[in-house]
Ligand binder design. Structure first.
Ligand code: F6P
Length: 492
């Protein structure tokens, strides 16, 4: 907020993402239900957009979304304390199929994650992706109050949008943040539209990734496929008469999280969750919370539990894995298969190791509100973040933020960006079931003193590097660019 006021006076901030921060759905009884989606992107960007009183442009995917907007497709949100404008964009079924499910989620998503799921590239999906990016560019231009807004473009749904905005608003500052990993240039090369994607992104003033490693992969991809000048020391790429900065900005969460405001003490959360799932007091509760996605390593943590029970049978009956999996992209075959595999695997483990009144795996494939999720974090003995690959993973940071009692152990995949920061977590390789089960054992037997020491240090890190710092450093870089532009113009 301070940066916006002092460095970027009067600047209008426009956020663009596919997923909207508030979804309105029509319930069976005719009432409208408000849903905050399970999305790290949304939880990070929402407090920032509130603080900037900006405009957030997103796809209106809820069944009652059209009912809640004005004639300009806008509404003020959050509904209970309006502080910014949500501008919804409508997409047809075909557009959704080609742009979101097809190119973004069957093409780019597996391309960028090491999860060994083959990307699918269809020319028709690409056409839809281009058309929808164009539609969002039109909306950005329509929402811009002047020639020089700051546009925060979010994620792999919009690789072409920065260039499209640049062509129509040459003075805009376009900051694009890629929330998922960027593959090495050899992997990236299989994308039939690799040059167009790079060209589109290089319409940005700044391109951000969570880690330096992904910045390097991106820069290597540009070096290999486009005629450009790369100034590695300045982390700048000059291409087509324009310079883009490529920087690492590790995303984070709000501190303290608003979700904690209405939650009772850890002891009460613990009692409530144990009663809800029928867990005995001495059972160690290990939780996984994510979208049901094949990059999250859900089956791998079930594998680790099996290893633990096989080699340490004394723990049978005393450990439960509660898996909260928000349904996502459920019409895609890869996601349907994962759902079936998870149910099957949970059932197998429950058959093999369960007993009267005891199921070692509780698979709850339902959407939970953010408050419900934070309550589960507060009730857990261990949080399992075993992604096969992840740009950052905000569940790891949310768990830490939820534990003001300084208890609880975080088991964290080395392939999540969060592992670069959260060094006091127990770091695991999700592909190594033996290591995972050893670490799980270490987690459930860790003394309260060691938990406190580790958790206190993790909390310091998340507190200091919160989401305001993430947005602040990008906006500060934007302010420097704008000043430099003003100086260049004055001296030209
Ligand atoms: O950060 C990755 C991401 O794909 C976001 O872009 C998205 O909001 C979130 O995960 C949830 O996925 P989806 O919006 O496809 O349900």
């Amino acid at each position: 907020r301070k940066i916006l006021a002092s460095e970027l006076p009067g600047a209008q901030v426009i956020v663009v993402s596919n997923r909207e921060p508030y979804i309105h759905n029509l319930k069976d009884d005719g009432d409208v239900e408000l849903v905050v989606p399970a999305s790290g992107l949304v939880s990070a960007l929402e407090p920032i957009t509130r603080a900037c009183a900006g405009t957030w442009i997103a796809y209106g995917g809820g069944s009652a979304d059209r009912q809640t907007v004005d004639q300009n497709d806008r509404m003020e949100v959050p509904p209970d304390r309006p502080s910014y404008t949500l501008r919804r964009v409508w997409l047809s079924e075909e557009e959704q199929q080609g742009y979101y499910l097809g190119f973004a989620n069957e093409g780019l998503w597996p391309l960028c994650h090491i999860a060994f799921t083959r990307p699918i590239f269809r020319a028709s999906d690409w056409k839809a992706y281009e058309a929808v990016n164009r539609k969002f560019a039109d909306t950005v231009v329509a929402e811009a109050r002047n020639e020089r807004p700051i546009v925060l473009v979010q994620d792999y749904h919009f690789a072409l949008l920065p260039r499209m905005i640049r062509e129509r608003l040459p003075e805009a500052i376009v900051i694009t943040f890629w929330h998922i990993p960027w593959p090495n240039s050899e992997v990236f090369s299989i994308c039939p539209w690799r040059e167009q994607i790079l060209d589109g992104l290089l319409g940005s003033s700044i391109i951000g990734f969570h880690t330096q490693f992904h910045c390097n992969n991106f820069t290597e991809s540009v070096d290999r496929f486009l005629e450009s000048r790369i100034e590695r020391e300045d982390a700048a790429i000059s291409y087509g008469g324009q310079t883009s900065l490529v920087h690492a900005y590790p995303i984070s969460i709000e501190w303290p999280p608003t979700q904690l405001e209405n939650l009772p003490s850890v002891v009460e959360c613990r009692d409530h969750i144990r009663a809800r799932f029928g867990l005995d007091e001495d059972v160690k509760l290990c939780v996984g919370v994510e979208r049901l996605d094949y990059t999250k390593g859900i089956l791998d943590r079930f594998e680790a539990l099996e290893e633990l029970f096989t080699h340490h049978p004394e723990w049978i009956g005393r450990v439960v894995v509660l898996q909260i999996a928000a349904p996502s992209r459920g019409t895609l075959p890869a996601y349907q298969q994962l759902y079936e595999d998870c149910l099957q695997r949970a059932e197998d483990l429950n058959q093999r190791f369960g007993s009267e009144g005891y199921k070692p795996v509780l698979m709850v494939a339902e959407h939970h509100t953010q408050e419900q999720v934070y309550e589960i974090y507060r009730a857990a003995d261990v949080c399992l973040v075993t992604s096969l690959h992840d740009g950052m993973n905000l569940v790891a940071k949310e768990f830490v933020a939820a534990r003001d009692d300084e208890q609880g152990v975080l088991l964290l995949s080395t392939f999540a960006g969060a592992a670069r920061e959260l060094l006091e977590a127990l770091i695991v390789n999700p592909y190594d079931a033996t290591m995972m089960s050893d670490m799980l054992l270490q987690a459930i037997t860790m003394s309260p003193d060691e938990q406190r020491r580790r958790m206190a240090s993790l909390r310091d890190i998340v507190r200091d590097n919160n989401v305001y710092r993430w947005a602040g450093s990008m906006l500060l870089d934007a302010a420097r660019l704008r000043k430099r532009g003003a100086i260049d113009r004055a001296t030209a």
